[in-house]
Design a protein around this ligand. Sequence first.
Ligand code: CP
Length: 327
Amino acid sequence: MKHFTSIQDVANPNDLIAPALEIKKTPYSTSQLGMHKTLGLIFFNSSLRTRLSTQKAAQNLGMDVIVMNVSSDGWALEMEDGTVMNGNTAEHIKEAAAVMGQYCDILGVRTFAGLKDRKYDYEEVILNKFKQYANCPILSLESATLHPLQSLADMVTIQELKPNNKSVKSWTRPKVVLTWAPHPKALPQAVANSFCEWITKQDVEFVLTHPENYELAESFSGNAKIEYNQNKAFENADFIYAKNWSSYHNYGQVLSNDESWMITKEKMSFTNNAKFMHCLPVRRNVVVSDDVIDSNNSIVIQQAGNRVFAAQAVLKELLKSIEKNGQ
Ligand code: CP
């Protein structure tokens, strides 16, 4: 695995899911693997979970970690080639990424969608510039269109909570629902896109539910079944994954704030006693009611905890690939 920026970088997702669950049992079993290797974590946007879990994962492998909030601490970066840099930007991404690559063996990058220009966002301009110029493996910490570290942790969590009881049919092939939920701000589609990419590779019944005009890019949602009636989608579900996203087709717009899409106890009553999932951060009583997120069926904390083991499984593969290539 050369980079980890989407599921396309992974030959077989199960080769990361099963190892992540093994790592959870013995997180320090390879604590020398990353000795004298440095992970750079470069943030263009805010983070709690991704920053802390990836740092902890790297430390469990014996790596050194450098963190930089590039938007607040670095020089203003120019992304366009051939620009006369006589405006606000002080450093070109060509030098910045190349220099970061001199200090780090792996570079993690968080760069959200601007939600103004769909073509620019969906071309993953910034992430690809890092791939082009850093000369080291690039780890996505959530890009404009995808959040693969989150999705891997989500798959690990579903796998972990799916009882290995062949007599319970629904649990051996659980029904997983990704539901849009209201939010006052325009949010990227990255978590939803990425979840679709990963869950459609699992042996589950997957249903996507959202208001009309919130369809995701087909390049990510593929042939996923869409059910516009949220109550119907929830019927017999084993996992409810809630997330807001802004419109892809009316790019970046908030087309609905329909409160009836909030995940409530009543909605959850249509399910098969489903587990409630969300990537966090979450707005309580907007996306999900207190009585759902605080219930025993809410697994959001376990899900966030699994971010460490997902990141560790990925870093382990990237380190092995560096070792193999003699870097
Ligand atoms: N889920 C997630 O990526 O959380 P942060 O934005 O806090 O990193």
